[in-house]
Ligand binder design. Structure first.
Ligand SMILES: Nc1nc2c(c(=O)[nH]1)N[C@H]1C(S)=C(S)[C@@H](COP(=O)(O)OP(=O)(O)OC[C@H]3O[C@@H](n4cnc5c(=O)[nH]c(N)nc54)[C@H](O)[C@@H]3O)O[C@H]1N2
Ligand SMILES: Nc1nc2c(c(=O)[nH]1)N[C@H]1C(S)=C(S)[C@@H](COP(=O)(O)OP(=O)(O)OC[C@H]3O[C@@H](n4cnc5c(=O)[nH]c(N)nc54)[C@H](O)[C@@H]3O)O[C@H]1N2
Ligand code: SF4
Ligand SMILES: [Mo]
Length: 740
């Protein structure tokens, strides 16, 4: 099929209200409590009360939750006291799961696109029809073009079953937007330097630290539960923090110093801090000599970046730079630079992340109390390994330093878009990725690719924008209604594995991912891939680890031995880099033709009358995951995003606090919806700020539709990090169009 014909076929279609859960569902909110549950029961006021321990899915952090059920209805979600990442507490989003499970806009039935007389509609299908149709299409595409013509885009823990199914089918193009549009640079930056990633939770001993530098990373708005708890506890114990951010963030409000750095100049700042450490002899000479390579190369690169020079570039005084470097060294090794998470900012995120990693290395804080640590994972005995076709080992990414050895991430998501536009990829299975708002090449390019792909199957819980473009929509039940694969656990102070288990039975005609993937596997002739039901599968895994499903269902977690965090004087450190040392100058970057030590490069300046568009998070929202959540949306500050405009800029453009404007970017794209102006001194004059995840244009999302403006819509220019393929989008600029 050719692209231009596709354009019509792939038109967005509105899902009829008949196929959504519907308002009727609100009155019949009561669901059946999951009968297989082995959870705490209690009688409260004569009514049956049940508490089920499971896992949050409102962001990737995966905290442990305690879901409280009364008469078959979940009425409250609190933090699990057993789960190391929750420690009895949740972030505001985590408590809002009730708004997701009982959302009347939920997808209730499988849907198949039908086109008659040039007009597309969705028709309600049985599961068998939808699965058979999907299997036929995937089979035909594989026959004709090979398995490399099929790609999976995924985010969220339920993807594992689909990965297993597709890998068994020979597919190996798996892509995580949460890598190349998000934390890829810091993962690879740290890996190139230390031989391991920065970690989730990040390997910083926050509670015992005395001094931490944050670049951007805006905890308090970015609500990583465990990290926010550690920062509060750290501050209680005397931690001082420094925040480099063009905007006075919530975290800046807790800081010793807020440095409103000129956006895009962080590498110059990091080089200047390095310069002070080295020229004033404040670094840990012994540690550097024993455990690092490339010091001389680093020294000759940063020599030129004096605090005076950096001051001109970054807009931060040389005195401040000197003072911060000295205080950092004074508190070391109980001092650290936090790696942040979303680090793809300007296409040079790998080098920026390396600059941070290098500062940590210079003060010798590795495995020291209050410094950088390497949390351990739960040691799970090896399960039976499923034998996939050889093909799956291939890495498809063209970027030389793209992540290796992770079959779930074999190609960058923007490469999936590229390969779809040039017709190498013909089919997508999209699991939990709202493509038009997520693909940071901008909404326009995302839609071009959607128009081009021959077959799109979306597995989702809500009628998000992506589902309107799908050929088949498979309604997954929410995380509160299903088992997922065992959570291998995040490396943390106490390693653990955790269980997602159903709190109530799936509502409507939705199904758990594990069943959907198994049905597809059967239809694709892959019998035996999912041999047993999910409970047997989980039980076997847990028995290998010396426990059982019945046991772990009680608390939702199985705990390991606490991580041995700190260096032992008699034990040498080893690093999994090519040299076995911390690579201040990276041999892998050099070999691949890149700068071995980070170098500052200038980024484009805003055109006259335009302002750099910066973005971040709000406590109550995780993009598509919560945008339609009417309970989380209740607060006026959560309902919509605002554009933060400096007071002087507002005056220049005659903007009033609270008025609505449209934003126009440097390419002439105007926001579909108006956005409220927040006039504030809390942002620099060369930038504006708006939270990502608003401005949804799908009318079926009754609480999200038209609330605020979309960030992704205003992205037209991107810079790809040529080492690892991450996509930076902060060189976009906007101006204001006043509403008539
Ligand atoms: N409540 C909530 N929490 C979330 C999410 C959510 O949607 N809601 N999303 C999660 C996800 S997926 C991610 S990736 C993380 C992201 O969370 P972080 O990693 O903390 O995100 P950043 O992009 O570092 O933070 C944005 C901040 O960087 C500042 N900034 C922008 N440009 C520059 C610059 O050039 N230099 C400096 N120094 N600062 C700059 C912005 O003003 C803003 O305050 O948050 C996670 N946590
Ligand atoms: N312009 C712009 N683009 C960005 C960013 C930005 O700041 N600006 N941030 C980037 C970052 S840091 C990240 S991590 C990515 C995140 O990008 P995405 O992962 O796409 O984020 P969400 O919008 O949360 O999309 C989640 C989708 O999953 C669906 N979903 C929720 N729960 C379930 C479930 O249980 N099962 C299934 N099958 N689906 C479910 C939701 O309905 C929604 O369609 O976006 C990136 N893109
Ligand atoms: S940080 Fe918040 S949204 Fe994310 S998993 Fe934890 S409780 Fe859920
Ligand atoms: Mo992210």
């Amino acid at each position: 099929m050719n692209g231009s014909k596709e354009l019509n076929r792939r038109d967005f279609i509105k899902i009829s209200s008949l196929f959504l859960a519907g308002t009727a569902a609100m009155s019949t909110m009561t669901t059946k409590a999951f009968s297989g549950g082995n959870s705490a029961h209690a009688e409260e006021g004569g009514r049956e009360e049940q508490v089920v321990h499971s896992l949050c899915e409102h962001c990737f952090w995966r905290c442990g939750i305690a879901a409280h059920v009364r008469n078959g209805t979940i009425y409250k979600i609190t933090g699990s006291k057993y789960h190391p990442l929750s420690n009895g507490k949740l972030c505001p989003r985590g408590t809002g799961g009730i708004g997701q499970i009982y959302d009347p806009d939920r997808l209730a039935h499988p849907l198949i696109r039908e086109t008659k007389g040039g007009k597309s509609t969705f028709r309600k299908a049985t599961w068998d029809e939808a699965i058979s149709f999907t299997a036929e299409k995937l089979f035909a595409i594989k026959e004709k073009y090979g398995p490399e013509a099929i790609a999976m885009l995924h985010h969220g823990y339920g993807y594992t079953f689909f990965k297993k199914m597709l890998m068994s089918f020979g597919v190996n193009k798996f892509s995580k937007p949460s890598f190349d549009f998000c934390c890829g640079p810091r993962h690879q930056g740290y890996t190139l330097t230390y031989g391991h990633g920065a970690g989730t939770p990040e390997g910083i001993d926050i509670i015992n630290s005395k001094y931490i530098l944050f670049f951007g990373a805006h905890f308090g708005e970015n609500m990583h539960n465990t990290a926010v708890q550690e920062i509060s506890e750290g501050i209680r114990r005397g931690l001082r923090i420094v925040v480099f951010d063009p905007r006075f963030s919530t975290l800046a409000g807790k800081a010793d110093k807020w440095l409103p750095i000129k956006p895009g100049t962080d590498i110059a700042m990091l080089q200047a801090l390095t310069n002070v450490l080295i020229t004033e002899n404040l670094y840990d000479r012994e540690f550097v000599a024993e455990y690092t390579i490339g010091f001389e190369e680093l020294r000759s690169e940063i020599e030129k970046m004096t605090p005076e020079k950096a001051s001109v570039i970054t807009d931060i005084s040389a005195d401040d730079i000197r003072e911060i470097a000295r205080t950092f060294a004074h508190h070391a090794p109980a001092a650290a630079v936090h790696p942040g998470r979303r680090t793809q900012w300007y296409g040079d995120g790998t080098q920026r992340s390396r600059s941070m990693a290098i500062l940590n290395a210079l003060v010798g804080n590795y495995k020291m109390k209050g410094g950088m640590v390497k949390y351990e994972k739960f040691k799970m005995p090896k399960g039976e390994t499923h034998h996939y076709p050889e093909f799956h080992k291939k890495i498809w990414s063209k970027y030389p330093l793209f992540v290796k050895g992770k079959p779930e991430n074999s190609i960058a998501s923007h490469e999936v878009i590229e390969q779809t536009l040039d017709e190498r990829i013909k089919a997508w299975l999209v699991y939990g990725v709202n493509v038009p708002e997520t693909i940071t090449l901008g909404r326009k390019i995302a839609l071009e690719a959607i128009n081009k792909v021959d077959f799109l199957v979306a597995v989702d819980t809500l009628p998000m924008e992506v589902t309107g473009y799908a050929d088949v929509v498979l309604p997954e039940c929410t995380y509160l209604e299903r088992y997922d694969d065992l959570d291998k656990g995040r490396p943390y102070r106490t390693p653990y594995v955790a269980l997602r288990q159903p709190v109530v039975e799936p509502m409507y005609d939705s199904k758990p991912g594990n069943q959907i993937a198994a049905m597809l596997a059967n239809k694709l002739g892959l019998q035996g891939v999912f041999e047993e039901d999910v409970e047997t599968y989980l039980d076997k895994k847990l028995k290998k680890a010396g426990s059982s499903l019945a046991e772990v269902k009680k608390t939702g977690v199985l705990l390991g031995k606490p991580t041995d965090l700190y260096r032992k004087p008699d034990k040498k450190l080893t690093f999994k880099t090519p040299s076995g040392k911390i690579e201040l100058a990276s041999s892998q970057l050099r070999e691949a033709g890149f700068d071995a030590v980070p170098r500052y490069i200038r980024h484009p300046e805003p055109p006259q009358g335009f302002y750099r568009m910066l973005t971040g998070r709000k406590p109550m929202l995780t993009f598509g995951r919560t945008a339609n959540n009417r309970f989380l949306n209740e607060l006026p500050t959560a309902k919509e995003n605002e554009v933060w405009v400096n007071t002087h800029v507002a005056r220049k453009h005659s903007l009033d606090h609270g008025e609505y404007v449209r934003l126009k970017n440097q390419a002439g794209v105007v926001s579909e919806f108006p956005i409220k102006v927040k006039v504030t001194e809390r942002i620099r004059q060369d930038a504006v700020y708006m939270v990502h995840g608003y401005g949804h244009n799908y009318k079926k999302l009754q609480w999200a539709y038209g609330k605020g403006a979309s960030h992704n819509e205003l992205v037209s220019d991107t810079e790809v990090d040529k080492a690892i393929g991450a996509v930076g989008f902060q060189n976009n600029f906007v101006t204001f169009i006043k509403e008539a």
